[in-house]
Ligand binder design. Structure first.
Ligand code: SF4
Length: 346
């Protein structure tokens, strides 16, 4: 797998940063594959390696400063316990797939999006990488004896900047290449190179305007680099999904998104996309409460949202205007059945 530059934490950034010393502290859980640990430690070369009994002993400690930890996270190498697959959440798009699951092969992310729901979900900004992939595969094989599976691989992280450490993408692409009743989505805000085309794998690129990236998606790839990666993936025969999701209300958002759409339409051969998803920012009631606490100066979390079925959304008319803006721009170049919305009822 050569999907991301293994020497860079910032796959598209102008200033590649070596993995060496990126994590000053690595915690290693009892029972983790020692050969993989050795490989990772020689890549990362941390200042300190600390053995632990269970990853939760570190990850779930009380009173951690999530935002501070995101600036210089520790790496925790661990084995995941069952369950390995979870049913997709109702606010997440299933793209018409009946048996929709997500999995967690890593927790947290080297990017730092101010609106990331993981800040409300996890008590820590440290990064956990699970290494017992065979256990995931055993459960997947069991599920596949019952029905087909559509799996989202990267809901709780962005796997591309972690690939040199985790090898998760290469492992799961190998799995996907051997399964017929299995489809997989890998979502990213990176700009990975040399993606491997497989008929049952969707590379899903989150597309945001550059002012939103600059203000809120710290360390993620620029819009220009994401679009270049999309073009290259399509040229290589990959299935590509564009996700205009989450769309964020910022001052002058309509002009900012219109300008972004012009850049997308002039760069990407829209007709070749597998599909497009459109969604505005939404977050569960409980996660928003925590997000507001950990980011008290964050502009996104303090919008006067509407609460519906346990999730905060923008008011319906704002969300509908956002959806229409993208839909109207792409509908002439992509059939309607290949455009999906996070809120069909708007
Ligand atoms: S890329 Fe995704 S997982 Fe990573 S910080 Fe941003 S929203 Fe969170």
């Amino acid at each position: 797998m050569n999907s991301s530059n293994p020497t860079s934490l910032h796959p598209s950034d102008k200033r590649p940063i070596s993995y060496r010393h990126a994590f000053e502290i690595v915690y290693v859980e009892d029972g983790v594959d020692s050969q993989r640990v050795s490989e990772i430690l020689s890549l990362v070369q941390p200042r300190e390696v600390i053995p632990i009994h269970h990853y939760k002993d570190v990850f779930c400690r009380p009173h951690q400063d999530v935002v501070l930890q995101k600036q210089s996270p520790a790496l925790i190498l661990a084995n995941k316990r069952a369950p390995f697959f979870y049913p997709g959440a109702p606010v997440c798009q299933s793209f018409g797939n009946e048996h929709f699951y997500y999995t967690s092969v890593a927790m947290n992310c080297l990017f730092d999006c101010e609106y990331c729901y993981l800040q409300g979900m996890y008590p820590s900004g440290n990064v956990v990488v699970f290494l017992n992939y065979q256990d995931y595969l055993d459960e997947l094989n069991h599920l596949l004896t019952q029905h087909s599976v559509y799996l989202c691989l990267s809901y709780d992280t962005d796997l591309f900047p972690l690939e040199a450490i985790s090898h998760a993408i290469s492992f799961w692409l190998d799995v996907a290449s051997t399964k017929e009743n299995f489809r997989m989505e890998i979502r990213t805000k990176a700009a990975p190179k040399h993606l491997r085309p497989l008929p049952n794998v969707y590379y899903a690129f989150t597309i945001s305007p550059q002012p939103v990236i600059d203000a809120y998606e710290h360390r993620a790839a620029s819009l220009q680099n994401r679009l270049q990666a999309v073009k290259e993936a399509l040229a290589a025969g990959c299935k590509v999904r564009l996700c205009f999701d989450p769309m964020i209300v910022v001052p002058n958002w309509e002009d900012i998104y219109k300008e972004m759409l012009q850049e997308v339409l002039s760069t990407v051969p829209i007709e070749q996309l597998s599909d497009v998803s459109i969604g505005s920012f939404r977050i569960s009631k409980d996660y928003l409460k925590i997000l507001r606490r950990v980011r008290p100066d964050g502009a996104i979390g303090f919008y006067p949202f509407r609460l519906k079925d346990g999730y905060y959304h923008y008011p319906d008319d704002t969300a509908a205007r956002m959806q229409s803006l993208v839909y109207d721009a792409i509908a002439s170049r992509l059939p309607a059945e290949r455009i999906f919305f996070d809120q069909e009822s708007l």
